[in-house]
Design a protein around this ligand. Structure first.
Ligand SMILES: Cc1cc2nc3c(=O)[nH]c(=O)nc-3n(C[C@H](O)[C@H](O)[C@H](O)COP(=O)(O)OP(=O)(O)OC[C@H]3O[C@@H](n4cnc5c(N)ncnc54)[C@H](O)[C@@H]3O)c2cc1C
Length: 487
């Protein structure tokens, strides 16, 4: 990503200088002609590049590291996770990649359903009983229980009628999910609630980087369906060593076919070939290929696509994204701590929305190594407001609430690391979803521009499997087209 966290602006620079335009005829016999250029080095771009590694390819990544929103840094036996951390199940595309590059995921056994509210921290027991166990007023208890029941009923309906079925094509699932619950907002679905109860549900909506008033009811329900899958969830795994190891390892194996600090600033298609202009170390260069994969968030892809596929660019430009602001914390305790059995806890009404214990999956019974790794994040409007603050200001905003939550943390903080995600996640707003099936086909006059990324998510909430899965689909298609073209 650029330092501002945004992609190219339309008037940034002239991507194709006059000289280049004059000699634009792209010669098929050109030895510099690549099979594919992949724009974006997040998990989507790396998956596409990895699938096409037997071809002549180039991957361009604007930031000075690969991984995009999968980012972690090693600290001894621990790691600080700053972005995505929960990995999908064994049959997923992502797990396939993990195995292929010799990495390992480990189960998360700690509680995923913690809730800290009204001065009480609940980390065990049935969530059905949370309204009774929290020190709430009778009115709040009744409202909490009613809204919870309504949501549970809808989640059951979601699993029965809407969730993916065995063997169903991903595109069909996406089409059905795109139409689900788009008639109103999640806030409308929940109805009017007392402020403290409302804060519980809006805190959950912040996981989608949206406020309840922005999120479609369907996206809110799909989010709870996933969170409440509990122990049955296939997403209860972490990557040993940190999420960032997967993109790092893929990039290492792709070698000099990956170019970091290289921001794509222009795309055009001529004579059925694609030309990408990119800026690296202050100079503008171009690369040409038979196919291009735009594996970058929708808004950024929209800018590059404007001249090549205007309708698709317009649809991508309408996708809704919200912010995340995460802070990882390396701790220096000598022994057991009160959060040891917790993996994830919602913290409504605090400066951050969620608390995570990223050391939990590596704790083994009977042996408790000193130290640990925690993470907190804020999502949606609160995160947006923090983006412009300094790291120290963000730390000062988060730490009092963290110490109030767990006073035992005092004097144990060894390091904090702040990460701003101006493009934190994609989410579905009410109304017709802009991501039509048309975007799943080859785009542009040459039919050689392909999209990938987490905006191809089921239920309208971005996750690594949606990113990798859509990239694999695009790369498979490119490989087939290249094979057909070569006879
Ligand atoms: C705090 C946080 C927690 C999350 N938790 C989870 C989780 O637990 N599980 C889960 O599955 N998902 C989670 N996600 C979502 C997950 O991280 C994303 O869905 C996924 O990583 C998206 O991958 P991507 O490749 O589509 O996009 P990205 O990771 O955003 O990659 C896009 C890349 O393209 C680059 N780029 C942009 N424009 C250009 C350009 N013009 N030229 C060149 N390069 C460009 C960017 O720098 C970036 O590296 C989380 C996200 C965040 C932020």
């Amino acid at each position: 990503m650029t330092s501002s966290g945004r992609g190219p602006e339309p008037d940034d620079v002239t991507p194709f200088p006059d000289a280049l335009q004059r000699e634009s005829h792209m010669n098929e016999a050109d030895p510099d002609l690549l099979d594919a250029i992949v724009v974006g080095g997040g998990i989507a771009g790396l998956t596409a590049a990895w699938r096409l590694r037997h071809r002549r390819i180039l991957l361009l990544e604007a930031a000075d590291r690969v991984g995009g929103r999968m980012y972690s840094v090693q600290r001894g036996e621990y790691w600080l996770n700053l972005g995505a951390h929960l990995f999908p199940g064994p049959d997923s595309v992502v797990q396939g990649l993990v195995r292929e590059v010799g990495l390992q995921t480990i189960p998360v056994t700690g509680g995923m359903m913690g809730l800290a509210l009204a001065g009480r921290t609940l980390t065990t027991g049935s969530i059905d009983l949370y309204p009774l166990r929290l020190p709430l007023t009778l009115r709040e208890r009744v409202a909490f229980a009613r809204a919870g029941l309504r949501l549970m009923r809808e989640v059951r309906r979601f699993h029965r009628d809407v969730a993916p079925k065995e063997g169903e094509a991903a595109a069909d699932v996406r089409r059905r999910l795109a139409d689900y619950g788009t008639d109103r907002t999640f806030a409308d679905f929940l109805g009017t609630l007392p402020p403290r109860v409302e804060s519980v549900f809006s805190c959950a909506a912040h996981r989608a980087t949206a406020e309840s008033e922005e999120l479609s009811a369907g996206c809110g329900v799909a989010l709870f369906a996933k969170v409440w899958a509990g122990k049955d969830s296939l997403d209860r795994r972490n990557l040993l060593g940190g999420s960032g190891r997967l993109p790092e390892e893929l990039s290492k194996r792709l070698g000099d076919r990956v170019r970091v600090g290289a921001e794509a600033i222009g795309l055009r298609v001529d004579d059925g070939l694609a030309e990408v202009a990119y800026r690296q170390r202050g100079t503008t260069q171009t690369a040409r290929a038979r196919h291009v994969v735009l594996a970058i968030p929708g808004r950024q892809a929209s800018l590059l696509l404007a001249a090549v596929a205007p309708a698709a660019a317009s649809a991508l430009g309408k996708l809704a994204y919200g912010a995340f602001l995460s802070m990882a914390i390396l701790t220096g305790e000598a022994g057991a701590m009160p959060w040891d059995e917790v993996y994830a806890m919602a913290t409504p009404g605090r400066a951050f929305d969620m608390f995570f214990n990223h050391a939990q999956p590596i704790r083994t019974p009977g042996r408790r190594s000193p130290g640990g790794s925690l993470m907190v994040y804020a999502g949606a409007h609160a995160a947006d407001a923090l983006l412009a603050k300094t790291d120290d200001e963000i730390r000062d905003a988060f730490l009092p609430d963290l110490l109030d939550l767990y006073p035992a943390l005092r004097n144990l903080i060894v390091e904090t690391k702040v990460q701003r995600w101006s493009i934190g996640n994609v989410f579905a707003r009410p109304g017709r979803q802009p991501l039509t099936p048309d975007l799943e086909r080859p785009l542009g006059p040459g039919g050689n521009v392909h999209l990938a990324g987490d905006h191809f998510a089921n239920g309208g909430l971005g996750e690594m499997e949606a990113a990798a899965g859509s990239a694999l689909t695009a790369a498979d298609r490119i490989d087939r087209l290249l094979m057909a073209a070569s006879g």
